[in-house]
Design a protein around this ligand. Structure first.
Ligand SMILES: C[S@@+](CC[C@H](N)C(=O)[O-])C[C@H]1O[C@@H](n2cnc3c(N)ncnc32)[C@H](O)[C@@H]1O
Length: 267
């Protein structure tokens, strides 16, 4: 693909998702778009660009962002955040809090929101607490895999044995073992498509904790700042924002207080 075509794709990605692609991403973008081109029978990147610009329903932009977004994730990724979650939930319940709202802002294929759900249910220990998780992502293909909640045994490597037995149904499918998430987890999660680069967001209830991990690395400072300010607005006083361990907010002007690297609190 020529550089001008790459620049136009890059502009479309930025305007529609806030993902900022630098020159080093050209080969990756080219390969990912080629995957989509094969799926719809288009031969050159230039033809695909024309198709993307002219397709009137707007559906193609959704498919385009599906192939561009990086969905790498895993169960209990960066485990200290789940210890932090469990400790807070136990404290809140001990103090009589009976409503907990968590937003998982870049839920990808579901491993992160399901890890949150397992931690919540375990920490609540059967007590009657109204717990809900909103799990959002820009990628519709990632979200449909998340809603399905079916994982290979290798995907479940980070899941403690006890949780595997309690929260998954083990089945044999085409000679392979697959694990399906139990309804008790699915029932406390709502999956929705949401573009983090376009605040304000339509959430009504105040949020206790926002997991916004390993997605801000794809954004530039202006998108990051708008997002962090919006998260600040949506949190309850003393609520927390958790970012990826490699994502500091040092370049973002925010009223959130840094408690420790990757854990922020609304004052
Ligand atoms: C690398 S994954 C991280 C998944 C998970 N949070 C974790 O830490 O394992 C990044 C996710 O962010 C999503 N994403 C990228 N840009 C987005 C945007 N503008 N709005 C919402 N989600 C976005 C991608 O689709 C992808 O699923």
């Amino acid at each position: 693909m020529d550089h001008q075509t790459f620049n136009t794709f890059r502009e479309i990605v930025y305007v529609n998702s806030g993902i900022a692609l630098n020159d080093t991403k050209e080969a990756m973008v080219s390969a990912r778009i080629a995957k989509r081109m094969r799926a719809i029978g288009i031969e050159t990147h230039e033809q695909y660009l024309q198709f993307l610009l002219q397709e009137e329903s707007g559906n193609e932009i959704t498919h385009f962002l599906d192939v561009i977004s990086t969905n790498v994730t895993s169960f209990f990724r960066e485990p200290s955040h789940f210890e932090f979650l469990a400790k807070n939930v136990e404290n809140w319940i001990a103090k009589g809090k009976d409503r907990i709202r968590i937003w998982c802002a870049a839920a990808s294929t579901g491993e992160e929101p399901y890890s949150i759900a397992m931690t919540l249910l375990d920490a609540a220990g059967g007590r009657n607490v109204d717990m809900r998780i909103l799990a959002t992502d820009i990628s519709t293909s990632a979200l449909s895999r998340a809603k399905k909640g079916m994982y290979s045994s290798s995907a479940l490597e980070g899941v403690p044995e006890l949780y595997k037995r309690r929260f998954f149904v083990r089945q044999k499918q085409n000679n392979e073992i697959v694990y399906t998430v139990a309804d008790v987890l699915k029932n406390i999660i709502v999956f929705r498509r949401l573009n983090l680069s376009k605040p304000p967001f339509p959430m009504t209830g105040r949020l206790d904790i926002v997991f916004c991990r390993n997605v801000m690395i794809y954004f530039d400072n202006s998108v990051r700042s708008r997002l962090v300010n919006e998260i600040h607005r949506l949190l309850v006083p003393s609520g927390y924002l958790l970012t990826g361990h490699a994502e500091g907010l040092t370049s973002v002007k925010t009223e959130l207080r840094c408690l420790e690297p990757s854990i922020y609190q609304k004052q």
